[in-house]
Design a protein around this ligand. Structure first.
Ligand code: AMP
Length: 229
């Protein structure tokens, strides 16, 4: 059985994982983390919610983050506001021992001006829903030309919600030399087409094993202040 230590993650991440009570990497984490850490190829991961997929892409992104570089280095696109907040919350927990990491959630149904202000204050990682992300790009509120990693999370859900064109518009604006992770519970042909069109040589992994997600506790949500203007 592989341990988190053997996966090659840095000490700060290992302490956070340990404090969160994660004992061993889940199946998708064991398969995806080495590939994402290695950054030699893109990744297609067939995995549902509850398999530990957020940490599978989140930990390698945090491991490679250069906190002294103020540019946005990673972009995670998720179909819903709830998932966007959940991913942001998880990343904040994983990075609690890393100094100065700025993770910003960008989603619809909340003030765009507040989110733009957050981005301007620095965003190493942006976690966004497609519509609001396009809106922010159109307003020139964020730059994604220095992005090193893009993750499409629940890509099939984004497709079901009519975001295919938005996904493609966003991917087309990111640099060619980035690493892309495409996470999806199912692999319909439209998702396969996106993978063929936008991913370079990719490795495919899958996991059916699920664990239960713990609800976000009010303590973990302390960072989240709804904006009003
Ligand atoms: P996800 O599939 O990312 O939604 O994760 C499902 C739940 O599993 C979340 O509550 C995570 O905090 C938790 N989790 C992720 N990885 C592990 C692990 N290796 N061991 C125990 N729990 C985990």
């Amino acid at each position: 059985m592989t341990t988190f230590n053997e996966l090659g993650l840095n000490e700060q991440l290992l302490s956070a994982i340990q404090e969160m009570g994660f004992e061993t990497p889940t199946e998708i984490q064991q398969k995806a983390i080495p590939i994402f850490l290695n950054r030699a190829s893109d990744l297609v991961a067939l995995a549902q919610t509850g398999t530990g997929k957020t940490a599978a892409f989140g930990l390698p992104i945090l491991h490679h983050l250069d906190v002294n570089d103020k540019s946005t280095q990673a972009l995670i696109i998720s179909p819903t506001r709830e998932l966007c907040m959940q991913i942001t919350n998880d990343l904040k927990n994983y990075s609690k021992h890393m100094r100065g990491v700025k993770i910003v959630a960008v989603y619809g149904g909340s003030s765009i001006m507040g989110q733009i202000k957050d981005i301007r204050n620095g965003a190493h990682i942006i976690v966004a829903t497609p519509g609001r992300l396009i809106d922010s790009l159109d307003r020139k509120a964020m730059k994604i030309d220095q992005i090193q990693t893009v993750v499409l999370d629940e890509a099939d859900e984004m497709l079901n919600m009519g975001f295919q064109e938005d996904m493609e518009t966003i991917l087309a604006q990111t640099p060619d030399d980035k690493i892309t992770g495409l996470f999806s519970a199912t692999m319909p042909k439209e998702i396969r087409n996106i993978a063929n069109k936008y991913l370079k040589e990719s490795v495919e992994v899958s996991s059916g094993k699920r664990i239960r997600r713990r609800p976000i506790s009010p303590i973990n949500m302390r960072w989240y202040k709804p904006k009003t203007n």
